[in-house]
Design a protein around this ligand. Structure first.
Ligand SMILES: [Zn+2]
Length: 434
C-alpha cells in the first residue's frame, strides 16, 4: 500500500470525541464535472482524507464512528466514483473507501444542521482539468471557421439542486426539481426558434456553486443568462411571478434584500464555505463593469415580465432588482425569474402542470424574441438581414446593393461558388436596422 504525498491533505479537529458518531446515511450526487458524497452524521466528526494509488481511491478515516446502514452505491454514469465500501478500524474508528475511476482532486468540509438535514460531512471529488474545454473550443471553431452567422445563445440556469432543495411546496414539491423541469421546457421551446440556441447550466440533480454557473455560461459564450426559481413566503396566500435583475447598489428594497439573502444562502447550504472569502471584493469589481449589461438586462426583464403577465398573476408589476450573486456576470445580461410561489398550494399545482410550464416557456420566449429582434448581437443570424433572390439577380449584384463584398456573402452563407437560385434566401452580414 503506497501513500502519495497528498496524504493527509485535510485534517479537521473537533475536541469532543468521547461519544461515538453515527453515520446515518451516505448520499451521492453526480454532476458532469464533480461528484459530491454527503455523510449524514449524528454529530461533527473528526476525520482525515487521503488519496491512494493503484488503483486510485480516496480513504476517509472517521474517528469514533460507526455505520449500520447498507451503503448506497454510485450510478454507472458517475464519472469519478466506482464503489463505496467501509470497514471498522482500531475497534472504534470507521474507514470509508471511495474506489475511483480515475485520478481526482478532492476536498472536504462539514456543514451544520439546516431545516432539511442534520450535521453533514461533505467530500467533493472533481476532475483534474475542466473536461468541457475541448467541447467549447470545438463550438468556437465551428462558428469562426465558416464565419457564418451564429445563433443567439441563452444559458438557462435551474436554481439550487442536489444537496440544496431550495424552497418546498405545501405538498412536498421541491423548488430544485420543478425549476429544472421548467428550464428544460424552456430549453426545448427556445431550440425550436430559428436563430436561438439554449444551453442548460445544470442538467441534473446536483448542486453547482453560483460562481461556477456564471463560468459555465461564459464558457458557452452565452448572450443571455436566465436563472429560473420559484418563490416562497410564510403567508401561503402570496402568489404570482416576478422578474429580477441585479441591483446597482445591492438590494433596492427590504423584501428584495431578504430574498437575495435566501437565494444566495444556497451556496452555504450547497456547501461552499471556504472559497468565497473574496466575494465582497469581487462583487465590487464586477459592479464597475456591469452598467452596459444591466441596461440590457432591464430591457429583457421588462419584456419577459410582460409575457408572464399574459399567463397568470404577477407578484410585482415592475422589474425588481436585488443583489443576486448568480446575476453578477459583468458582460452577460442576466435575469432571474421567480416563476411563481411554490408556497401557494394553487401555484405549486400549476408549477407541476406541463400545460402551465409550456405557457410560461412560450411567454418567456416571446419576451426574448421582442428583445433580440431589436438588439440582436452582431454576427448572429437574428442580426443579419435577409434577401430573397429574384430573377436576374446574381451574387455580385446583391453584394453591390448592400455594399458588401461577394467574398463575405459567400462566407456568410457557406456558399462554395457564385451559384444562387431564384427564391433562395441568403443572409446579409451587418447588424439589423443599419
Ligand atoms: Zn430559488
Amino acid at each position: 500500500m503506497r501513500y502519495l504525498l497528498l496524504n493527509f491533505l485535510l485534517f479537521f479537529l473537533f475536541s469532543t470525541y468521547s461519544h461515538a458518531a453515527k453515520i446515518e446515511n451516505i448520499r451521492v450526487w453526480a454532476a458532469p464535472d464533480s461528484t459530491r458524497v454527503v455523510f449524514d452524521v449524528s454529530e461533527p466528526v473528526e476525520h482525515t482524507l487521503s488519496l491512494l494509488t493503484e488503483p486510485y481511491r480516496t480513504v476517509i478515516d472517521l474517528k469514533d464512528s460507526s455505520i449500520d446502514k447498507t451503503l448506497t452505491q454510485p450510478g454507472s454514469e458517475d464519472k469519478f466514483l466506482q464503489r463505496i465500501r467501509s470497514a471498522t478500524r482500531n475497534q472504534h474508528d470507521l474507514r470509508v473507501v471511495l474506489d475511483l475511476k480515475k485520478f481526482v482532486k478532492f476536498k472536504s468540509f462539514q456543514l451544520k444542521p439546516n431545516k432539511h438535514y442534520g450535521h453533514r460531512l461533505v467530500v467533493d471529488l472533481y476532475g483534474k482539468d475542466n473536461e468541457d474545454t475541448n467541447k467549447i473550443v470545438n463550438i468556437e471553431q465551428e462558428v469562426t471557421a465558416a464565419n457564418r452567422p451564429r445563433d443567439v445563445i441563452i444559458a438557462l440556469d435551474a436554481g439550487h439542486g442536489g444537496e440544496d432543495p431550495g424552497a418546498k411546496g405545501p405538498s412536498g414539491t421541491y423548488e430544485k426539481d420543478v425549476v429544472l423541469k421548467i428550464a428544460k421546457r424552456l430549453h426545448d421551446t427556445i431550440n425550436k426558434e430559428r436563430g436561438m440556441k439554449a444551453v442548460m447550466v445544470r442538467t441534473g440533480d446536483y448542486y453547482m456553486p453560483l460562481r461556477r454557473r456564471i463560468e459555465k455560461a461564459r464558457e458557452q459564450r452565452a448572450d443571455l443568462f436566465i436563472s429560473i426559481h420559484a418563490d416562497a413566503f410564510r403567508d401561503r396566500r402570496v402568489h404570482g411571478s416576478s422578474v429580477y435583475v441585479l441591483s446597482q447598489r445591492g438590494a433596492s428594497s427590504e423584501a428584495a434584500r431578504w430574498l437575495a439573502e435566501s437565494e444566495n444562502a444556497s451556496d452555504l447550504i450547497g456547501g461552499v464555505s471556504l472559497d468565497n472569502k473574496d466575494d465582497v471584493l469581487a462583487s465590487v469589481l464586477l459592479d464597475l463593469s456591469q452598467t452596459a449589461s444591466l441596461e440590457a438586462s432591464i430591457d429583457i426583464a421588462e419584456r419577459v415580465l410582460k409575457g408572464l403577465k399574459g399567463v397568470g398573476k404577477v407578484h410585482k408589476r415592475t422589474v425588481q432588482s436585488a443583489g443576486f450573486a448568480v446575476l453578477k456576470s459583468p458582460d452577460i445580461p442576466s435575469i432571474l425569474v421567480e416563476t411563481a410561489f411554490i408556497s401557494n398550494p394553487d401555484e405549486e399545482r400549476k408549477l407541476l402542470s406541463s400545460q402551465h410550464q409550456t405557457k410560461m416557456a412560450n411567454a418567456i420566449v416571446a419576451g426574448l424574441h421582442g428583445y433580440f429582434r431589436e438588439f440582436a448581437p452582431e454576427g448572429t443570424l437574428l442580426a443579419s438581414r435577409k434577401h430573397i433572390i429574384s430573377r436576374g439577380e446574381t451574387l455580385s449584384t446583391i453584394a453591390q446593393q448592400y455594399k458588401v463584398s461577394t467574398d463575405s456573402l459567400r462566407q456568410y452563407n457557406g456558399l462554395k461558388g457564385d451559384l444562387v437560385r431564384v427564391g433562395q434566401t441568403i443572409s446579409i452580414p451587418g447588424s439589423s436596422g443599419t
